[in-house]
Design a protein around this ligand. Sequence first.
Ligand code: PLP
Length: 479
Amino acid sequence: MVHSIYDQVLKDSNVAMPPQVNVPAYDDANGLHMAAVEHLFVGTRNATQLAEEGGPLMLVGSDGIYVDDIEGKRYIDGIGGMYFRNTGHGRNEVAEAIYNQLKDVSMHVYAGSTPSTVRLAAKLAEVTPGDLTKTFFTSGGSESNESALKLAQGYHNRVGERGRYKVISRKGSYHGATWGTMWLGSHPFLPREEYQPVPSHVVHIADPNPYRCPFGGETPEECAELCANSLEEAILFHSPESISAFIAETVSQPLGGVVSGPGYFQRVREICDKYGVLLIFDEVITGFGRTGKWFGADTVGVTPDIMTIAKGLTGGYFPMGGAIASKRVSDAFTGGPDATFKHMFTYTGHPAGCAAGLANIEIIEREGLVENCRIQGERLWDRLQEIKDKHPIVGDVRGIGLLQGLELVKDRNTKEHWPASAAIGEKITQGLMDRGVWIRVGSYIVPLAPPLTITAGEVDDLAAAVDGAIGDAERALGV
Ligand SMILES: Cc1ncc(COP(=O)(O)O)c(C=O)c1O
């Protein structure tokens, strides 16, 4: 495009002329791949490797549990987009709800609200457990956790406990990518060591993973008890008066759906109550049916003081999340001007997102997707156990509902992982693609989180592809 006056001004100045850029046509597969390599940071992908592969998977359509790429190839979506597509692909009624909302009221004004925003907040108070009744809306999971941390510290400040600012999290959990959240937990495939310094509010404790119990616990129960006790030790070590909150995923995604042993969260709840520490459940993935109950809190039988949500709230049809406070927490923010929750995002409670959330939750309820998740999750579990029985490189099967994973090992006795040179993740990713399944396998975890709409036959198709891809990898590695 030529802007003659602009071009002349640029020529006369020291400002560099912008390069000639070709914006590819919507259906120009080759042009789009090249432009992606040139102009787009594709999250977590290595730019050189992406260029060698000729660009990222370019989606142009999706339906049910399937996604279609621009070359006309169809894949089973094995991880529900990115753990968000709980209601399945191609939901026109969610798209229509967004469209109708935008035609009607497309924004809220500063410090105001809209009917859809209020209705979704009330709906969330209805479907979440206990007295989690007041929501602060965000545009995604990281913002939800940021908001939860501010709610927690703000709560303590308002009840006269000003020194409480530290947050305890667990290794092996993920809570976001922003400056305030990225150091919480730890994600083996998303290291953040280069982003220093570690913020002073962050404290880490052990991951209650029964397969690799950090304290050598030999049963899930023993591991649960030892790991929960390490929370108490951390609180005492740092001084209870300095601790604001403990944040945890009820089932941790980074390692393929780590389910802590029985009693873990009950003991955690007791410890938090004993020392006045707020309990935050990050339900960004586990919410909205993913674990076979409405929320992970229902699965572990414990209600947090604050719950964070995103992904499955709108099924990923609109970027939206929230931090939901219990009555005890939200009550601290009522009273005189000092009580106000001084926190906002421009798009908090966007009515289009709220309309999407309401339509999405209605689908979950109408189609019984929470129950379907439980049933198909059990079927997937059985199929994955069969795969483990057959393949020596599968060390562990873990998870619940439709949040499951396989851990790959070189040696089942020592639980040693394959070296990077074995490229086992790449091999299995490719084997899955060849069989029409889209899951990126990060090194030694094969994650599985298909849409909750999946049928029994589709579970079997997905499992058959995993079986075949692991078999290919074993042959290539001479197992
Ligand atoms: C458990 C959990 N919490 C928080 C986040 C961050 O959410 P977002 O990427 O929407 O900021 C994620 C993202 O994957 C997540 O899995």
